[in-house]
Ligand binder design. Structure first.
Ligand SMILES: Cc1cc2nc3c(=O)[nH]c(=O)nc-3n(C[C@H](O)[C@H](O)[C@H](O)COP(=O)(O)O)c2cc1C
Length: 173
């Protein structure tokens, strides 16, 4: 696991090929295996591969997320805020687990923040923009989008010697 974590980097450039059905299935299975507070599983996932929708989805942020239209697949992660007050934590865990499963499958991924962000033009929240575009029912809030694809950029992994060990405190701060 540590080796996988050292290797993982955010990838924003992807080859045009589609993500295989098998990889997508495994990533979605990983998401559904995520732990959640009180096992309430407040998350829902929308897998988007339609080019036109991905093009539109690129406008979910200001300034726009330029790489999203060229991303082969995107998984929109939303939580039911009426089910639990910790849907943000639950959805974040699912996002991370999907990123790690993607990494094991040789796929690149990148988190695109939606919650607390504004859409292109800054007239609408990113949440409202995505909800409108994807016909998401009222009670859900969009946390983030996971961009996914076969990497078309290489980034160096991280070395254990370079970690910020000063962030770790013993017994008290
Ligand atoms: C909560 C969160 C929000 C992020 N939002 C964005 C985003 O909106 N757009 C983006 O390109 N990357 C986003 N990222 C990716 C970070 O920029 C990236 O993880 C960080 O710079 C460290 O780089 P690495 O992932 O390659 O280790 C986000 C990551 C996290 C964890």
């Amino acid at each position: 696991m540590l080796e996988l974590l050292m290797k993982r980097r955010s990838i924003r450039k992807y080859k045009p090929e589609t993500v295989s059905e098998e990889s997508l299935r495994k990533i979605m299975q990983a998401a559904l295996l995520s732990p959640s507070s009180r096992g309430r599983n407040p998350w829902e996932f929308i897998v988007v591969q339609n080019k036109e929708v991905l093009q539109e989805l690129g406008k979910c942020r200001h300034p726009k997320q330029a790489f999203l239209p060229d991303t082969p697949a995107a998984i929109v992660v939303l939580g039911d805020a009426s089910l639990t007050d910790v849907w943000v934590e639950d959805c974040s865990i699912a996002m991370t687990i999907m990123q790690l499963e993607a990494e094991t499958l040789g796929l690149g991924s990148c988190w695109i923040q939606i919650r607390n962000r504004m859409a292109q033009g800054e007239e609408q929240t990113s949440n409202d923009f995505v909800k409108e575009l994807l016909h998401i029912p009222e009670q859900y809030e969009v946390l983030a989008i996971l961009a996914l694809g076969v990497p078309d950029e290489e980034k160096p992994g991280r070395m254990l010697e370079e970690l910020q060990y000063s962030k770790i405190h013993n017994e008290e701060f």
